[in-house]
Design a protein around this ligand. Sequence first.
Ligand code: G3H
Ligand code: ZN
Length: 281
Amino acid sequence: PLVPTGELVARAATEHGCVTAFNVITLEHAEGTVAGAEAAGRPAILQISENAVRYHGGRLGPLALAAAAVARSGTVDIALHLDHVTDVELLHQAADAGFSSVMFDAGALPYAENVAATASAARWAHEAGLWLEAELGYVGGKPGSPASAHAAGVRTDPAEAADYVARTGVDALAVAVGSSHAMTERSASLDHALIERLREAVPVPLVLHGSSGVPDDELRAAVRAGMVKINVGTALNVALTRAVRDVLEKEPTLTDPRKYLGPARDAVAATVHDFLTVLAV
Ligand code: G3H
Ligand code: ZN
């Protein structure tokens, strides 16, 4: 069934575990993710990024409606989340498109601007009944700070994170602790002591972005240290694309898309199953 994101995150926090969120670009990502979650007997979050929405012509509806329908068809709990939103117009459409939560991404802005934009987004989201995640990645708001909060080497300061959550009223906080987006190899190492300090300083659940690049044991340690929502995107695309390439290399004259999208969907399901099994800590 389709359940609210806030409910899955709250449950994970209570159990000192995590809920894993998988990025959806195509229908096969959604189907594969729900199949993998079913096989693992674990809940999951389907998340659609603003970039994926742009790929689908800037319209929220088509992929969100499909993902929600896939979520409803299963027996495990699945939530629908709008990821990395910078355009407030998309935030304003989220509830009507079936999302129960949004990640509002002002992480590249200087601190004061991030606070102002995110506080306003959180007020709006809460009035619309949406759970809101935001991101804080660098200390201070100094000019010349790294543009992405999830570039390797960027870190979130615990005192600033506590101030940020108090000022913005967000429901969860994405923090920079050593992971980096779009890694195709799992070689990132996380700052577990910093995760613990953030957990102590911040009253809302912590979110790890860029989890595709983090090895299994590091992910498990991150959850033990206090990460509650684990975001996985690139690992699904690595598996999906490898499956397509394998089929097409073996059969270069093939034309029926089901012959390569089917194995691609299975590869997504297997990857999701593996992450959920590793993260069932
Ligand atoms: O918000 C999405 C995640 O941070 C995914 O990152 O593609 O590096 O796993 P990833
Ligand atoms: Zn992310």
